[in-house]
Design a protein around this ligand. Structure first.
Ligand SMILES: [Zn+2]
Ligand SMILES: [Zn+2]
Length: 494
């Protein structure tokens, strides 16, 4: 009996010691501290030395047995339960810790990358504020976070620079830039500094719509100042010094001229543009305006049409080209002249907005009242550089926002009597200061013969008071322009 009594006591003691030892072993293990402690306590509570103490307490046999059994059982049970719940809380901590380690690890190589591969780092930095020299469009550079339903739209800004009686339009996209025309000779430096102010280092495309000074005047300065991609010009040369300067700049830079024709298609970063004119194989004669390289620039669902100084014949060819001309914005043809911006063209483009690039009090009387009325009849909102300075349109592929409100003046220009060769010069002194001596800005004097046309006559004249002409209503244009308007040479004054 004694032995049988001793053996359970001994096994109890062995179990107690094993449990306590297990507890001790486990406790230091990370994440099993509590389990270890509980097992250790369970072991202790089973030790006969401890259970014997219960006997000393004045308790009933039942309660003593209950405590002796329940206490270690509960401790063991808890020891088994705790680790699983503790693990759960421990696990995320561990992953969080490792995650932290990992992110710092990722961040560091990024820093390294910036140092090692600057070209990769720069486009990301420049993507938002300013485009630089990334000919390959980076998919990540698209600033719009949500994928649009529109085809490859980006943020495109179209700057209609205030260059007086001239044209210069800067098209700015995150990954590529283009300049259409570069104002008069005297505008070169201003255009260059404006572009530099916009962070431009490279112009992927430079379009000289036609060889008139008010379009290519500052182009030599632009070509000399920036990294240049393609120079697009019409297949029509000129003998003016201004044109020669441009050719020399192109040559000196080792560039080649890309001859522009209707239908040619190009990519300006994510933006697509198609040339609208001049039509290949057509001889537009001596009127340089008719040779203008026109373009339609498309950004998602927004589009802009530029027709340079195209007039009747060229505009007609644009309309019948079969190219989809529909656009939100139209750069008014030929500074808002009535010889451009025909009904047919306005119907085909159906623009919401027109931008007139012309100089205050210009001698040509641009924009013509007739053009302004035509725009108004079509419900087109008008912007004009002579009143509003440089105008910026921002397209996100869906909407176009403007840097200023549309013009409401409807003020047309009045053709000036430029102080022409002797006979007519009865200038009033007050009209003199308004007209600086720079004169015929649009049509270079060098080779283009200037002539006078009356309001209604069918002839052009060498003087502004030939026969019954009203000198106050006579306009001075180039001979080629007069001829392109269907006017014949007056036999009386020539
Ligand atoms: Zn012009
Ligand atoms: Zn012109």
């Amino acid at each position: 009996m004694k032995q049988s009594k001793k053996s359970p006591r001994q096994t109890k003691q062995i179990i107690a010691v094993i449990l306590a030892l297990c507890g001790l072993i486990i406790t230091p293990d990370k994440g099993y501290h509590l389990t270890g402690i509980l097992l250790f306590l369970a072991g202790i509570s089973l030790l006969p030395i401890v259970t014997d103490q219960l006997k000393k307490l004045n308790l009933t046999q039942k309660i003593r047995k209950l405590i002796a059994v329940v206490a270690p059982a509960l401790l063991i049970f808890l020891a088994l339960i705790v680790p699983s719940s503790a693990d759960e809380t421990q696990q995320p901590k561990q992953t969080a810790e490792t995650a932290k380690v990992e992110t710092t690890k990722i961040k560091e190589p990024k820093k390294d990358k910036k140092v090692k591969s600057t070209p990769k780092a720069t486009p990301k930095v420049t993507a938002t504020p300013k485009p630089t020299e990334t000919p390959t469009p980076e998919p990540t550079a698209t600033p719009t976070p949500t994928p649009e339903p529109t085809p490859a739209a980006t943020t495109m800004k179209v700057h209609f620079l205030d260059v007086g009686q001239a044209d210069s339009i800067f098209i700015d996209t995150p990954s590529a830039d283009m300049l259409i025309d570069a104002g008069n000779n005297g505008d070169g430096n201003n255009i260059v500094s404006y572009l530099q102010g916009q962070g431009v280092t490279k112009l992927d495309y430079v379009i000289g719509t036609h060889p008139h000074e008010d379009h290519i005047g500052g182009m030599d300065d632009v070509i000399n100042s920036f990294d240049i991609g393609d120079v697009i010009l019409p297949d029509k040369t000129h003998t003016s010094q201004t044109y020669m300067d441009v050719l020399h700049a192109i040559e000196n830079k080792g560039l080649e001229i890309t001859v522009g024709h209707s239908g040619d298609n190009y990519q300006l970063g994510n933006v697509d543009f198609t040339l609208l004119s001049p039509r290949s194989g057509v001889d537009y004669g001596s009127n340089l305006n008719e040779w203008s390289v026109g373009a339609k620039v498309v950004n998602g669902n927004n589009s802009f049409v530029f027709t340079g100084d195209s007039e009747g014949k060229s505009e007609g060819d644009i309309v019948s080209s079969g190219i989809d001309l529909h656009a939100d914005v139209m750069k008014a043809g030929h500074h808002g002249s009535k010889t451009s911006n025909s009904e047919a063209l306005l119907n085909a483009i159906a623009p919401k907005f027109a931008v007139i690039s012309c100089g205050k009090d210009n001698q040509y009387g641009h924009p013509d009242l007739e053009t302004l009325q035509r725009f108004q009849n079509h419900g087109i909102q008008i912007f004009r550089t002579d009143e509003q300075g440089t105008i910026i349109a921002t397209s996100d592929g869906t909407n176009i926002t403007w840097s200023t409100d549309p013009s409401t003046s409807m003020a047309s220009g009045t053709p000036k009597q430029a102080e022409s060769p002797a006979p007519s010069a009865q200038q009033q002194p007050e009209s003199a200061p308004a007209e600086p001596q720079e004169q015929p800005q649009e049509e270079p004097q060098n080779n283009e013969q200037m002539v006078w046309i009356s309001e209604t006559g069918s002839k052009y004249h060498s003087i502004n008071n030939c026969g019954r002409m009203n000198p106050n209503k006579a306009t001075q244009v180039t001979q080629s322009k007069a001829e392109s308007m269907g006017l014949g040479r007056c036999s009386k004054c020539w």
